[in-house]
Design a protein around this ligand. Structure first.
Ligand code: UP5
Ligand code: MG
Length: 346
C-alpha cells in the first residue's frame, strides 16, 4: 500500500479501568516519525504497521506509539509508561476492539481495561448535531421509520421512550419513577428525559462520528422544549419536525397488534387510552408551536409502511448520504417494512 494513500488518523482512544493509572487516560493520534517496523512495513504519520496508532496524550510514555498494532503478533497492544506491554488482544481488526475483553499481559494488572474510540477530541466541545424531531401518536410508526432510516440511510435513531425503558431496565435511582409514569401513560419528569437524551446524543456523536439524528418521541411537551432550549440555547435554529398523522382507531389496532410480542407495560387498552390523552393534551401544543414556525412536514402515517417510508426518505434526502440511500434493502429493513416475516421466537 502506498503510504500516502492512508487517511489521516483523526481518532482518539480513551482507556479506563485498567487498574494501572499509567495505562488509563487519553491516547491521541501518534506523531511517531515514519519508520520501518520489525515486519518491514513503513509507517506514515499516525500509523504503525499499516494500522492507526496512538500516543499517550500526556506524553508520559517511553514508547511512541503507545497503542498500536503488531504484525508479528497479529495483535493490538497497549503499553505502560516504561514502554512494556500491559494489555493486548489478538485479532486482525482495523481498529482497537471496544467490544471484547483485552488480554492482561504479565506487565499489566487485572482487570482488562475498557477501551472507547472517539471520533472527536473528547477535550473539545461536542460538534453540533443535525437534528430532526419525529412526533406522532402512540403506534404511529415513529420507531419503525426511524429504525429504517438508521439501518438504511445512516441516520442515528434516538428514542426517548427507548432510553427511558433502558434506564428502567438498568434499575438506577430513577427506575421506579420512570416505571410509574410510563405505565400511567404520563410524561416522565423533564430532567430525567432531557438528561438521558443529551448524554445519548453526545455519546453517539463522539463514538460514531455521525451527526445526523432522528429524535423519536421528542419534544413531547412544551416542558420538553424548555429542556431543549437549556441544552442548545434559545437562539439556535429550531430543528424541523416530521409529524406522523394517524387516526386513533388505526393507532389502537397497531398497538394491540404489537402487544402480542412487545413486553411493554403500556401496550394494553387502558394504558393506550391514557397515552393518547397525554398525546392530545401535552404533545399537540408542541406540534402547533412548530407549525407556527413553518417547521413541520406532515406525513399520513395511516398508509402502508413502504409508502410512509418513501415519504420519510424524501424528507431526509437533503442530509442523507446518497450512496447509502442507493443500497438495496437489508433483511432487517425488509422485516421492518413488513415485506419479510420476523424469525419465529422461541
Ligand atoms: N406499524 C408501524 N407503521 C405501520 C404502518 N404504516 N402500517 C401498519 N403497521 C405499522 O409501530 C407500532 C406498531 O405498528 C408496530 O407493530 C409496527 O410494526 C406497526 P411503532 O413504530 O412501534 O410506533 P411508535 O410510534 O414508535 O409507537 P410507540 O408505542 O413506541 O409510541 P409512543 O409514543 O407511545 O411510545 P414511546 O416509546 O415513545 O413512549 C412511551 C412512554 O415513555 C410514553 O407514554 C411516556 O410515558 C414515556 N416518555 C416520556 O415520558 N417522555 C418522552 O420524551 C418519551 C417517552
Ligand atoms: Mg416507539
Amino acid at each position: 500500500m502506498e503510504s500516502n494513500e492512508l487517511k489521516p488518523n483523526t481518532f482518539f482512544v480513551e482507556v479506563s479501568g485498567s487498574g494501572l493509572p499509567e495505562v488509563d487516560g487519553l491516547f491521541v493520534p501518534s506523531t511517531a516519525p515514519p519508520v520501518e517496523s520489525e515486519s518491514g512495513t513503513v509507517s506514515t504519520l499516525g500509523y504503525w504497521n499499516g494500522k492507526l496508532a496512538w500516543d499517550r496524550a500526556d506524553g508520559k510514555c517511553e514508547r511512541s506509539p503507545a497503542l498500536s498494532y503488531s504484525n508479528s503478533y497479529t495483535s493490538w497492544r497497549i503499553c505502560r509508561r516504561d514502554g512494556h506491554l500491559a494489555y493486548d488482544i489478538t485479532c486482525e481488526d482495523e481498529l482497537p476492539p471496544t467490544d471484547r475483553e483485552w488480554h492482561v499481559y504479565k506487565k499489566g494488572v487485572a482487570p482488562a481495561p475498557k477501551v472507547v474510540l472517539h471520533h472527536f477530541d473528547p477535550r473539545e466541545p461536542c460538534p453540533k448535531p443535525n437534528v430532526i424531531f419525529i412526533l406522532g401518536g402512540p403506534g404511529s410508526g415513529k420507531g419503525t421509520m426511524c429504525q429504517l432510516a438508521e439501518t438504511q440511510l445512516g441516520w442515528t435513531h434516538l428514542s426517548t421512550g427507548n432510553l427511558l425503558r433502558a434506564e428502567l431496565q438498568a434499575g438506577g435511582p430513577t427506575a421506579a419513577t420512570i416505571e410509574e409514569y410510563i405505565t400511567a401513560g404520563k410524561l416522565v419528569p423533564n430532567e430525567i428525559t432531557v438528561t438521558l437524551l443529551r448524554n445519548a446524543m453526545e455519546k453517539a456523536t463522539r463514538t460514531t462520528g455521525k451527526t445526523n439524528f432522528l429524535l423519536d418521541g421528542f419534544p413531547r411537551s412544551l416542558d420538553n422544549m424548555e429542556g431543549w432550549y437549556e441544552i442548545f440555547g434559545r437562539d439556535a435554529e429550531l430543528p424541523r419536525m416530521l409529524y406522523f398523522e394517524c387516526p386513533y382507531e388505526v393507532l389502537e389496532k397497531r398497538i394491540l397488534g404489537r402487544a402480542k410480542y412487545s413486553d411493554r407495560s403500556d401496550d394494553n387498552v387502558e394504558s393506550m387510552k391514557l397515552r393518547f390523552d397525554t398525546f392530545k393534551a401535552e404533545t399537540l401544543p408542541t406540534l402547533e408551536l412548530f407549525k407556527g414556525k413553518n417547521k413541520v412536514v406532515e406525513i399520513d402515517a395511516s398508509q402502508d409502511r413502504p409508502t410512509v417510508y418513501a415519504l420519510v426518505g424524501e424528507s431526509l434526502a437533503e442530509h442523507t448520504d446518497q450512496d447509502l440511500a442507493a443500497q438495496p434493502l437489508t433483511e432487517k429493513s425488509e422485516m421492518l417494512l413488513g415485506l419479510r416475516p420476523y424469525p419465529k421466537r422461541g
